[in-house]
Design a protein around this ligand. Structure first.
Ligand code: PSU
Ligand code: MN
Length: 301
């Protein structure tokens, strides 16, 4: 058995209700304990308040679980970085060895699709890292968006990435990038990046119609819906960008590479902003959960 769908989620899928997938790398590698667990449980609650059914995805004893229970979420949070971050290439090893694994955007999409879940809410996606022309460090999340039929609702991508290159790759891969009530690609902690999205949508119905059109066309791959952090929670671009630059310098000095980059940068930025980035991160995920659930409801209406 490669995946296990919890009975509540299975029932909701049968009834064509708004099931919303959530990832576990954000829990184990994206935030410190205990805020990670509190956030994960609050996000599930927000999905429910909006009339959806949450399905937090992770790998437990080599099984992809679609819809973890609160005790399992607690364990992902408590064990944190000691649970391996699992991308597409790691899946066979983790499954064969019956290990635990925290699923990234890429692997959450894979397992969601296997379970029949169309919508997935998270904070930010991986993308093309700065300096990728040298390092070739491009997140497997982009390749997954190219091939796997899951819609991802996020707050854009962090300025730790090279955002223009990230958009170029998404274009090449045929992934529509929508802006929820915005013309600009949001940059995670901030509402703006100076870069245009492919199309602006004003409401959940417009977003759902675009997802449906892509499915009817039989075009494989995801749709990326970018939803800016609420104004009140957004950070001053000059402040956050200076700290991001600092964190990237610290990472280079320490020689951190590959899959360690994103977790290191998130933790380092939270440290040097004295928790301000973490607070913003939590708020934007909450906002994405509300919007993502509304879009899922429209899709199944
Ligand atoms: N961006 C965030 N928070 C996160 C991540 C990205 O703001 O927790 C995680 C997601 O799980 C994403 C992964 O899929 O980092 C990307 O890692 P990499 O760059 O190594 O592909
Ligand atoms: Mn990488």
């Amino acid at each position: 058995m490669l995946i296990r769908v919890n009975p509540e989620v299975e029932q909701a899928l049968k009834e064509k209700r708004a099931v919303v997938a959530l990832e576990s790398t954000i829990i184990s590698h994206g935030m410190p304990y205990p805020q990670n667990v509190q956030t994960a449980l609050s996000v599930e609650k927000i999905v429910r308040e909006h009339g959806g059914v949450p399905a937090t995805i992770g790998i437990i004893d080599g099984v992809g679980v679609v819809g973890m229970n609160p005790e399992e979420i607690e364990e992902f949070g408590r064990r944190g970085m000691s649970i391996p971050k699992v991308s597409r290439r790691d899946l066979p090893v983790i499954m064969a060895r019956k290990s635990w694994g925290a699923t990234t955007v890429a692997t959450t999409m894979i397992i969601a699709a296997l379970g029949g879940v169309e919508f997935f809410v998270t904070g930010g996606i991986g993308g093309v890292h700065r300096g990728a022309e040298e390092t070739f460090d491009i997140s497997a999340d982009l390749e997954e968006l190219a091939r796997t039929n899951v819609t991802v609702i996020c707050a854009g991508a962090k300025a730790i990435l090279d955002l223009p290159k990230t958009l170029e790759v998404l274009e090449t891969k045929g992934v529509p990038v929508l802006g929820y009530q915005t013309d600009e690609l949001p940059a995670f902690y901030t509402r703006t990046s100076g870069l245009k999205v492919d199309a602006r949508v004003e409401n959940a119905r417009e977003a759902a119609d675009i997802v449906r059109a892509k499915r009817e066309l039989g075009l494989d791959g995801g749709v990326l819906i970018t939803n800016p952090i609420p104004e009140a929670e957004s950070m001053d671009p000059a402040f956050i960008n200076a700290h991001i630059e600092q964190a990237i310098r610290d990472m280079d000095e320490k020689g951190i590479k590959g899959k360690e980059c994103t977790p290191f940068l998130l933790a380092r930025i939270a440290e040097i902003t004295e928790g301000k980035s973490l607070a913003a991160n939590i708020q934007l995920v909450f906002n994405n959960a509300a919007v993502g659930t509304e879009i899922a409801k429209e899709y199944y209406r």
